[in-house]
Design a protein around this ligand. Sequence first.
Ligand SMILES: *Cc1c(COP(=O)(O)O)cnc(C)c1O
Length: 391
Amino acid sequence: MDIQQIENETLVPMYAKRDIALVRGEGYYLWDSEGNRYYDFASNYGVNILGHSHPAITNAISQQASTLISCHQSFYNDVRAKYLQKLSEKLPEGLDKVFFCNSGTESVEAAIKFARAATGRSRIIATKRGYHGRTYGALSATADKKYREPYMPLVPDFEHVPYADLEALERSLSEDVAAVILEPVQGESGIYPAPKEYLAGVRAATRKFGALLILDEVQTGFRTGKYFAFEHYDIVPDILCLSKAVANGFPMGLTITSRDVASRLPAGTHGNTFGGNPLACAVALVVLEEIDRGDLLSNAANMGAYLIDRLRSMNSPVVREVRGLGLMIGVELKDRPTKYLRLLQERGFIALPAGATTIRFLPPIVIDQQAIDALIEVFEEVLTAQNFVRS
Ligand SMILES: *Cc1c(COP(=O)(O)O)cnc(C)c1O
C-alpha cells in the first residue's frame, strides 16, 4: 500500500503535506511507516498533551468503549456528571456553566451565538492576527484574508482591531457590542502572548460597555503552566473556549460561561449530537487526573522556561525573536520556516510553523530536559546549516 499516493489522489487538497506517514507513538516519541523515530514537539497542533499511547488514556478509552460510547444530552449520564464535577474544581467563580461540543471551531461558534443571544446585540470585535476556526462564525472572527476571502460573504457585524492595542479597542467599543473575542496568546499567527496590562484593560473596557469577554483558549488551555492562560493575567472572562488538549486528542470542545450569561440564553436553541458523550468525558476526566497526579502544570511551566531560555541563548543570526508562555513557544526567524522544519524533521524532530516566519513548539507537557537538550543541539545545527545571509 502506498500511503502517500492514496491520500494524495483521494483527499480534498487542503493541507501542505509533510512527506512522512506517522503510524505509532509512545510518550513524546512518534514513528513513521519506515520505522524512523521522531521527538514530537508539535503534539498534533497541541492536542496530545500527555504524549502518545498513555496507559491511563488507553485504559479509559477501552473501559468506556465497552460500557457506553454515546449518550445524547437529553439523557443524564454518570461519566459526564463525574467529569463536570472534576472540571468545576479547576474553574474559577464566574465560569460555572458548561456547553459540550467536539472541536475548537464549534466551541467558538457556541461562544459567538451565546454572546449575541445573551446581550441582544450583534457586533463582535475580534483582533488582527486572531485565529478562531473555520466554520462561518469562527471564520468571521478569524483575521487571515487567505482563509476568509474564498468564502465571502461572511457573518456581518465583525470587526478586527490591532492586538495588544487597548486604545484601538476602546475606540471601537460601544453599547451595541455583544462581545470581544481574543486569544490570551495568539497561536496560529506566530505565538504572541498578550501583555499583562492589555488583558486587564480589555476586561475593564468590556465591563464598562456591557460587552462580554470571550477568551479563546483552544490552544492555550492546559499548556501555559496553568490550566487556563487567563490565570496568568488575574482576570476571568465571561465565556471561555477550550478544545485541543482537553481530551488528549480525542475530539472534544467546551464553551464555558458565567451563570449570568447562561441564564440569559433561550433554552433549546443550540445543540450538538456528539457533545458530552461518555467516551470523550471519560478521556477528559483522566486528562485532569493525570495532570494533577504528575504535577504536569508545573512541568509545563518549568520546561517552558527552560526551552525558552535555551532558545534565547542560541544566538543565531537567523533568529529574530523568541516568544512564549509555558509550553507554547515561537521562534520568529528572518526567513520562512519551511526549510528549517524540513531539516528538523529529517533529523528526527517534529515542529510546526506559525504565521509567515515563525517556528512553533507545542510539545506534550510531559516533555523533559533530555528531549529539550536533544532538540537544541539539532536546532542550532539546522539554523547554521542554512548559511543564512543577513539581508
Ligand atoms: C485550533 C484553534 C481553533 C480551531 O480549532 P479546530 O478544532 O481546528 O476547529 C480555534 N481557536 C484557536 C485559538 C485555535 O488554536
